[in-house]
Design a protein around this ligand. Sequence first.
Ligand code: MN
Length: 297
Amino acid sequence: MNKLGVHALVWEKGWSRDECARAVARSAEVGYDLIEIVALDPEAIDVAFTRKQLEQAGIGATSSLGLDAESDISSNDPDKTKRGQLRLEQAVAMARDIGATHVCGILHSAFQKYAVPTTAEGVARSVEVLQRVAEMAAKSSITLGLEVVNRYESNVLNTASQAVEMCKRIGAPNVKVHLDVYHMNIEESDIRSAIIETGDYLGYFHTGDSHRGYMGSGSIDLAGVFRALVKANYQGPITFESFSSRVVGQPLEGILGIWRNLWEDGFDLASHAKQYTEAQLKAAQEAEKQATRSRLV
Ligand code: MN
């Protein structure tokens, strides 16, 4: 069964002790199985305190980050790739210490708009570093999720098929594809077939909608998305990601372009997303059974 998660930025923009305690408690109160903790600066996270909050609330965690220009592992500057590997290793160590199961996000390149396309050499460098980080992550049973994002946030992975190819090149069983409906809506020709074709390579999934606000209040065919997840027999985490200018701060606000206030009340937003996701999953599971239920007698 899929574990349902909620992104920390639905609750808080930072991860001070107060912010951590509130975000974890609220995620559990709504009934989520896990919270996705932002690890842009993994060393700034108080691991002992975070672990204790998670244990007290009885929920799990995943973690996400994007590299930056100075730690871009697809760069041709060896200092940058070295910094990138270190940052990914710090994120894996943090995830291990708080008891998280996944490290996902833009692990393959910088989280930014590039002015030039990537190169075969750039992709090869990214593959090499991720092979080393995957080995370390495997020792703590941590899965790495390579997030496929739109063209304004990376020049390496913009479509699901590119990410499947990258996973094949890395060749580690704990490196999977991380898909996100918001990005898929911008880049994929057909969201449903992209999910189905990713198949067993899919290891993490972000829900949301076209404007990153309330699920179902945008223009994405979410019923089709959930039918594809069920058809692909996807069993991994499904995490709701949403941003409003009410919560998000810099640098994410600037990189993601969060100018509009799409919601005021994170609790109402997260409660709605959980109910919506459960209803969509149930509907998609029932739809899968229709063929056997409708055989001609
Ligand atoms: Mn995402």
